[in-house]
Design a protein. Sequence first.
Length: 376
Amino acid sequence: MPDVVKIGILYSTTGPYGSLGRDGRDGAEFAFHDYRAAGGATIEPVFFDPHADLAAYLDGARALLRDHGCRHVVGTITSAARKEVIPLVEKHDGLLWYMCPYEGFEANENVIYVAGCPNQHLIPLFDHLIQRHGARPYLLGANYVWGWEMNRLARELIHNAGGTVLGERYLPLEETAVERIVADIAEKRPSFILNNLIGPSSYAFLAALRALGERDPAFLPENCPVASCDLTECELPDIPESVAVGQLCALPYFDSLDTAGNRAFKARIARWRPERGKVSSIFASAYATAALCIAAIEACGSDDPVAVRRELLSRVWPSVLGPLRIDPKTNHAALPFHLGRINTAGGYDVIASRPAIAADPYLTGAGGAPRLRVVS
């Protein structure tokens, strides 16, 4: 192994998903802090911030892989950015370590996915919602691959359940004019809303829907919840106070998880940066992913991506997300499912959980997308 191994960290800390990128960068940085605190000295991070510019992600990946000699890159938030940099990672025979919930239907030898795919978040979320609220949802999405694919899968799940999608709308990133969408929801009266919007669009929608709920209690969260698979604790301070209380999100980690491992994890973070607030799923996932990358390199004594991947697949790895096993067929981690409800303290109360679910990014398991039960 070289005297110094460099790992690239590629997150945007500004723009419409800047709060996610900042927590991703901080989580990766904390993994290196823990590594150094344990006596590690041969692996170093190299940070690049593309500032939410898709072309700059290419510049960043190129600089990390070619100019800095990184063979591993931890990062990207959006699927658009991930798909943009994968060809460069392939060209340089590197590994991209990706850790955000995404829409599935991808498995690449050059990507390690510590990221929930739909059978780990959307399907168990819909199982919970349909049984309690019925199968007449309204679907919202950011106007790119995350929104398109998540809503396509949602339509299939609702069709299989014998339900009806009452509406489907998309907004560009940063678009906050949501009045027509809310008026349409008020007219069609869905049983729940799937929110695949990103950043400011999502925050504006939640505020407008809260105002609708105050006028018409049928749209309060207990009657018509808004559910997401990507709204983490680090974003809640960006949302007007109290407007998101009661809404739901499915993620592999919440700050409020009451386990000895999570309590110890948060205590170490508090000593590192006392000013930090709640720990988000993005922070925890970035930490777990960077720590996994470091541990696999250390264990095999090389940063060669082939050797690292072989080592990675050979065992179960402890992590703040629980024991991580990477599937050799898909390069995806098995992850737990937790459903959280936003509380008045700016965090989530966990209301349902399932143990680690093996990833099935192409929904090829028995029965594919399950037939969910309709509750009228």
